[in-house]
Design a protein around this ligand. Structure first.
Ligand code: GGG
Length: 362
């Protein structure tokens, strides 16, 4: 088998994205060195609020051309609300990638690691280990809507949710296929069909039709309110959770929060057909409140890099091994190594990245 060579666009973005990215690259390099993978980086400064401050745009007109030939995008964080309104930075960068590169699955694991204090009572490693599959290109994140009579007493604002049959079926199918590969083979579908009485009964119907094609997978649907409560009260119930864009966004902050800190959480914005590059980023945002002190937890960024190597390697060889080695190193450091403030320690972002890279190198 030949050496695997991947072209990666590296986009730190904003805030702590710029601090965790070097640690992500440090660990990727250690894994690449150990498993015979060649990573060719293209460093990009746009898709950031600094670029916006200089140009009035988040990305250049030729952004797609600049990304041609890239196998994946490794992304830090988006947003610097003191300079650019959040909806402008998000729609001008991350959401553009997701929509124009048809990254319709946002895969977000939540796992309780040994050595991480769990905020939930009586939970041990193994009790929380589930995957959130978030629809990533439509749903509540739609650009359909508008404001009428703006600035007057008659002001009206509307924003429509958009759920297509193709968009819903493909993300549901991904969730059921994923569950089929896992030991427990169980899917929970997030809904709110008692309140959102048009879109969500329809979504439930799509889910039931999909489930009928997977008799080997157990499934149920739960309203988003009780589902959120159960994340906290009974997280061991969940295996694969599939949700619309907004529900999935909320659940994928809550899930990792139940495992101790959002700083651990990775995500993969996937175009499963590989027609476009997929994007890998930590779930956390740019965290302006802690930026500049080198105290952010780099594990979300590092784990996202592991997911990237796993996804890129279509023959389940070195990329899968690199992924597993990075996860083992994360577990080792969380048990015995330096820890950042969100985990109750005093280590810096760099300390933690170096420790994980050393553990990967072996
Ligand atoms: N690294 C993730 C990030 O920058 N998130 C900012 C954010 O607000 N994202 C919203 C979303 O994922 O929909």
């Amino acid at each position: 088998m030949g050496k695997h060579i991947y072209n990666i666009a590296v986009i730190p973005g904003d805030g702590i994205g710029k601090e965790v990215m070097p640690e992500g690259l440090r660990v990727l390099d250690a894994a690449a060195g150990r498993f015979g993978i060649e990573l060719r980086y293209k460093h990009i400064e746009w898709a950031s609020c600094d670029y916006y401050a200089a140009t009035g745009r988040m990305m250049p007109d030729d952004w797609k051309a600049q990304l041609s030939g890239m196998d994946a995008i490794y992304f830090g964080a988006a947003g610097w609300p003191a300079a650019v309104p959040d909806h402008v930075s998000l729609w001008g960068s991350l959401l553009k990638f997701r929509r124009e590169f048809d990254q319709y699955v946002n895969l977000r694991p939540a796992r309780l690691f040994d050595g991480v204090p769990c905020p939930l009572a009586n939970r041990k490693p193994g009790d929380i280990d589930f995957m959130i599959v978030r629809e990533n290109t439509e749903g509540e994140y739609s650009s359909v809507g508008g404001i009428m009579y703006e600035g007057t007493e008659r002001e009206i604002v509307m924003q429509q949710s958009v759920h297509s049959r193709i968009g819903s079926d493909r993300v549901l199918r991904f969730a059921f296929e994923l569950a089929r590969q896992r030991e427990r083979k169980q899917v929970t579908v997030a809904t709110k069909s008692n309140g959102l009485a048009v879109s969500m009964p329809w979504w439930d119907g799509r889910a039931a039709a999909m489930a009928a094609q997977y008799p080997d997978v157990d499934w149920d649907k739960q309203h988003i309110d009780i589902l959120s409560a159960r994340f906290v009260l009974q997280p061991q119930r969940f295996d694969v959770v599939v949700a619309s864009n907004l529900f999935g966004d909320i659940l994928s902050d809550l899930g990792p929060a139940c495992t101790g800190t959002l700083g651990l959480a990775p995500s993969a914005n996937l175009n499963p057909e590989r027609a476009f590059p997929s994007l890998f980023e930590p779930v956390h945002g740019s965290a302006p409140d802690i930026y500049g002190r080198n105290v952010a937890n780099p594990i979300g960024m590092i784990w996202s890099g592991a997911m990237m190597l796993d996804f890129l390697d279509t023959d389940g060889g070195s990329g899968r091994q690199a992924h597993d080695a990075i996860l083992a190193a994360i577990q080792q450091v969380l048990r015995d190594g330096p820890r950042t403030a969100d985990l109750g320690g005093t280590a810096s972002t760099t300390d933690m990245g170096q420790a994980i890279a050393a553990a990967v190198a072996g």
